[in-house]
Write a protein of this length. Sequence first.
Length: 117
Amino acid sequence: MQYDIQKRTFDFGLQVVKFSNQMPETQSGRTLCRQLLRSGTFIGANVEEAEAAFTKDDFAYKMNIALKEARETHYWLRLIKESNLVHFEKYEPMIGECEELKKILGAIVSKVRRKAK
């Protein structure tokens, strides 16, 4: 399971990087691109950090940060889509994948917290 979430978050981060190259060079395009790049790539970075956690609490904390980043990324993707800054059809699956990542990360955090009690 852990390898799967590592791979999925890495692949998702890579999609975000590629998508960011499609953003227009306007003020709003650059701003939204920067926000999306930061949050979208931090999901996987925090999952990687969680894998190296010293304690279960640290693991849960890092996974929770990854979950928060996934929520933020979902927001930016929806905003970009609705603002019509880019032709979004090709990238529509990113929103679904982000929703799936939120569910998976939420389940991991919940499971670890339940075990800690």
